[in-house]
Design a protein around this ligand. Structure first.
Ligand SMILES: Cc1cc2nc3c(=O)[nH]c(=O)nc-3n(C[C@H](O)[C@H](O)[C@H](O)COP(=O)(O)OP(=O)(O)OC[C@H]3O[C@@H](n4cnc5c(N)ncnc54)[C@H](O)[C@@H]3O)c2cc1C
Length: 381
């Protein structure tokens, strides 16, 4: 099955170590302040890019790190241990560029991937709409054929890095009645005429990752910016989500591991009834369950990456990993707050932030309910 079940290769361990060092020395000390201010961590993202810790799956000849999915999740888990908000904003470049990687011609890859990756710019993935979240095929954003290309009209909602991006990967339909068969993928520069963005959402968690609505009003899209042909957008989006779900699962694993580590340290130090609370079975059982579930989530995540790396479809494995890791992160961070007692409920300690950050993992890139739908469809087909 591969050596990851029993240990990492030397190369993987070196990469993991580099990501850990950057995360713990650069990201972690600033996580609480970034959470409070909700300021966008542009400098941290640029530094991560310079170290090869962004654009992880992008080809080397286009400036990317060209990592396997398994190597990428090792990096992402480390970054998320320090701050999930910063990590989401780092990882979304891969999400936005994957549909291009999967569907574009060599010329399009050069035009739309290389300038973003090699110049440390940002790209956003524009799928969700105000009226169409889980129901992707229900999208209303329209592409109308005109001379030399298309006119794009519509609105996208909850777009990560949308207010900071130089380029949008946009999904829109030629005709909503065609449902998934009408959806196309186009690339739109953020400074194109008719593009505007809304305010940065004041979120519960992952507050420093930029989240905005993006609006397209009579935006001209040249034919050369259509990725993969008319009607291939839905398939490209689904293939992209299959590839990115292990990375999202890895963010959840990173959050859960951090909450566990914080809880263990606190439980050993905090005394009640004359003894460290780690001596109480009630606390021990929460910690025992947490570490067991983290290990299970990590193995599901690694395996879903490994399946992808074998060139096989990993919809089932990546949905299982994302669902399980997200739900574990929510439970384990909530238990960590419990172990910290009243102190855990304050911003003096990191666990309440972890709990708020974890909640998003059950929502974005397909909610935990939608992952179950994907799993059920796969096993019952
Ligand atoms: C901070 C943040 C960042 C995001 N970043 C991006 C991004 O960069 N790009 C992008 O395109 N999108 C992004 N999203 C959007 C995200 O993927 C959607 O919010 C998510 O897919 C859910 O869609 P929705 O919010 O419209 O909820 P809805 O689809 O309205 O769902 C509401 C509830 O109903 C449940 N539900 C819906 N349908 C079913 C069903 N058939 N069976 C059972 N339950 C169901 C859901 O599970 C959920 O609990 C982001 C969201 C957030 C909050």
């Amino acid at each position: 099955m591969g050596e990851y079940f029993f240990g990492l290769s030397e190369e993987q361990a070196i990469l993991q170590d580099a990501a850990r060092k950057f995360a713990r020395s650069e990201i972690l000390p600033r996580a609480a302040a970034l959470d409070e201010s909700a300021d966008f961590p542009a400098d941290l993202i640029r530094d991560a890019a310079k170290l090869g810790l962004q654009n992880l799956l992008m080809p080397g000849d286009l400036g990317g790190s060209e990592l396997s999915s398994l190597a990428a999740v090792l990096v992402i888990e480390e970054l998320a241990y320090a701050c999930a908000g910063v990590t989401t904003s780092i990882v979304v470049n891969d999400l936005a560029l994957l549909p291009i990687l999967f569907g574009a011609t060599p010329e399009q890859r050069k035009s739309f991937i290389e300038p973003i990756v090699s110049k440390q710019k940002l790209a956003s993935f524009c799928l969700t709409e105000p009226g169409a979240g889980s129901d992707v095929a229900g999208m209303q954003s329209r592409l109308e054929k005109v001379d030399g290309g298309y006119t794009l009209n519509g609105a996208k909602q909850w777009i990560t890095n949308g207010g900071k991006a130089d380029q949008f990967t946009v999904f829109a339909t030629l005709d909503p009645a065609l449902k998934h068969k009408g959806i196309c993928c186009v690339v739109v520069p953020s400074d194109a005429k008719g593009v505007s963005t809304g305010h940065h959402e004041n979120k519960l968690g992952q507050r420093c990752s930029n989240t905005v609505s993006v609006h397209f009003e009579n935006v001209f899209v040249p034919e050369s910016a259509l990725i993969g042909g008319e009607g291939s957008g839905f398939k490209l989006a689904m293939k992209t989500l299959d590839a990115s779900r292990p990375m999202t699962a890895a963010i959840a694993v990173g959050i859960a591991q951090r909450a566990y580590d914080e809880a263990v340290a606190y439980a050993k130090e905090r005394k009640q009834f004359g003894t460290p609370i780690a001596g109480f079975q009630a606390i021990q059982f929460m910690l025992a369950d947490a570490i067991t579930e983290i290990e299970a989530a990590r193995l599901l995540t690694y395996r879903s990456s490994w399946v992808h790396d074998q060139g096989q479809r990993n919809s089932l494995e990546s949905s299982m990993a994302k669902r399980f890791a997200a739900d574990c992160a929510m439970k384990i961070t909530t238990d960590a707050v419990q172990i910290f007692g009243g102190y855990g409920y304050t911003k003096e300690y990191p666990v309440e932030k972890l709990m708020r950050d974890a909640k998003l993992m059950q929502i974005y890139e397909g909610t935990s309910q939608i992952q179950r739908l994907v799993i059920a469809r796969d096993i019952l087909q």
